[in-house]
Structure formats: structure tokens, C-alpha cells
Design a protein around this ligand. Structure first.
Ligand code: GLP
Length: 243
């Protein structure tokens, strides 16, 4: 695993955006695995800037998002479909038909998970998967468990995740209790992984995930076994690691 330590969130966002941009420049038909949450917002801003400066072209790029709340309509401003359009897709020249997010409105979990796995397969897999890190070590919405889920699955969100995400909703009661997420197997099959982590509140979990034992109790720890992972993290997030 390669670790890039940055001074702050701003530098993290710029350096991580450069890595994603390099992939788009190298392969204009690449498949980007994209993430939501607060961590990638700065990175997306940098990509938009590079696009506006004429340095990036997304016209042949395809994307597949990691996860989506189950039961939220697309036009709900907390759906990940909405987030992606608001923070990235509406500001670059990616084609709508080339973007993919699990369909939270499909209440048939089995059918939706099967559809999404097939879709990723049909895309030829993910070239570079962007990830954030949950406080309990989740990636996508793969929560701590007694096994690593392979394909797309429907998960019950952990209490800690509902607590962390309630800031985006009117109250904790409004946070959906379930989500569809790419599996750990899907994430591990990505040719490259780029994980970004910022802030003191993530320092403990960064140490556990990247320097502790590999266990499904800390889902991100499996990334230690991936052969092409870059962790871009700020000093605060790396403050408990001996580097
Ligand atoms: C959310 C998302 C994840 C995200 C993580 C961290 O619940 N499902 O994809 O990486 O939690 O979020 P944040 O970046 O806001 O800390």
C-alpha cells in the first residue's frame, strides 16, 4: 500500500484528484468506481476545475457508484444519486447513460443486487475505485460483520453509521435503515483503489484498518491484501500511525 500524507483536507483533495485524473487521461474510456460522503467533495471540486480548464474529458468515461440508501427516491436530496449529480455529474461532460448508482427505489433487494453485479461485469470491471472510510471501518456500506460479503448486497446500517450520517437528515429517524452496497469482493476486484481519509476523528480507525489485523470486523482492513492501493490521508487522520 502506498500512503500519501498531506498537510490538510485541501491538499488531500488536490492530490487524490490528480490520481483519478491521471486514470482518465491514461484511459479516456475508463470505468470509475465513485463514492459519496463528505470526504470526496473536495476531490470532485478539483475534477470539475480540471474539466473547466479543458484538462479533462469525461465524454467516454463510465462510472459505477458504491452504494445507495434503500427506499430513497432519486430526487431526495440525501440520495446518493442526487449527491453525485449535485457534486459532480451535472458539472462535467460525463453522459448520463454512462453513470450508474444502485437503484434505491427497487425494493426487490435480490433482483437489484443481481442487476448491479451484472452491470459491473458488463462494464468490464472497475479500473479505479474511490473510497472513503466509515468510523467503524466500513467501506461502501459494508459494515463490520463476521464475513466479507462478495457481491452487491443489502445491508442493515450500523447504529454508529446512522449516528454519523444523521447530520445530513432532519433527524436520526429520517436516516434510512438499509442500503445497497457493492460487496467487498467487488471492491477488491477493482484494478486500483484510492482511499481518502481526513480528520482526527478517523485516526483510530485508520490505524486499525491499515496497520491492524485483517478482519471482517474492520471491513477496510482487507485492502491490505489489494495489490494496488493508494491511501491519501491528512496528518490528522494519520496522527496515530508511525510513519
Ligand atoms: C458513508 C458512505 C461511505 C463513506 C463513509 C464515510 O456512510 N456510505 O461510502 O465513505 O460513510 O463518510 P464521510 O466521508 O462523510 O466520513
Amino acid at each position: 500500500m502506498r500512503i500519501i500524507k498531506t498537510k490538510d483536507y485541501e491538499e488531500l483533495s488536490r492530490k487524490a484528484a490528480n490520481i483519478l485524473a491521471a486514470e482518465v487521461i491514461r484511459n479516456p474510456e475508463c470505468v470509475l468506481g465513485l463514492a459519496t460522503g463528505s470526504s470526496p467533495i473536495g476531490l470532485y471540486k478539483n475534477l470539475i476545475k480540471m474539466y473547466n480548464d479543458g484538462d479533462l474529458d469525461f465524454s467516454n468515461v463510465k462510472s459505477a457508484n458504491l452504494d445507495e440508501y434503500r427506499g430513497l427516491p432519486r430526487d431526495n436530496d440525501q440520495s446518493y444519486y442526487y449527491f453525485m449529480h449535485d457534486n459532480l455529474f451535472n458539472h462535467i461532460n460525463i453522459k448520463e447513460e454512462n453513470t450508474n448508482v444502485p437503484d434505491g427505489t427497487n425494493m426487490d433487494a435480490e433482483a437489484e443486487c443481481k442487476r448491479y453485479d451484472q452491470l459491473i461485469k458488463d462494464l468490464g470491471g472497475v479500473d479505479i475505485q474511490l473510497l472513503g472510510l466509515g468510523h467503524d471501518g466500513h467501506i461502501g456500506f459494508n459494515e463490520p460483520a463476521d464475513h466479507f460479503a462478495v457481491g452487491t448486497n443489502c445491508v442493515d446500517l450500523a447504529e454508529q453509521t446512522i449516528e454519523a450520517n444523521k447530520r445530513f437528515f432532519a433527524s436520526a429517524d429520517d436516516v434510512p435503515r438499509q442500503a445497497y452496497t457493492m460487496g467487498i469482493g467487488t471492491i477488491m476486484a477493482a484494478r486500483k483503489v484510492l482511499i481518502i481519509v481526513s480528520g482526527k476523528d478517523k485516526a483510530e480507525i485508520v490505524k486499525k484498518a491499515f496497520f491492524g489485523p485483517v478482519t471482517p470486523e474492520v471491513p477496510a482492513s482487507i485492502l491490505q491484501f489489494h495489490k494496488d492501493v493508494v491511501l491519501v490521508a491528512d496528518e490528522d487522520a494519520l496522527s496515530l500511525c508511525d510513519l
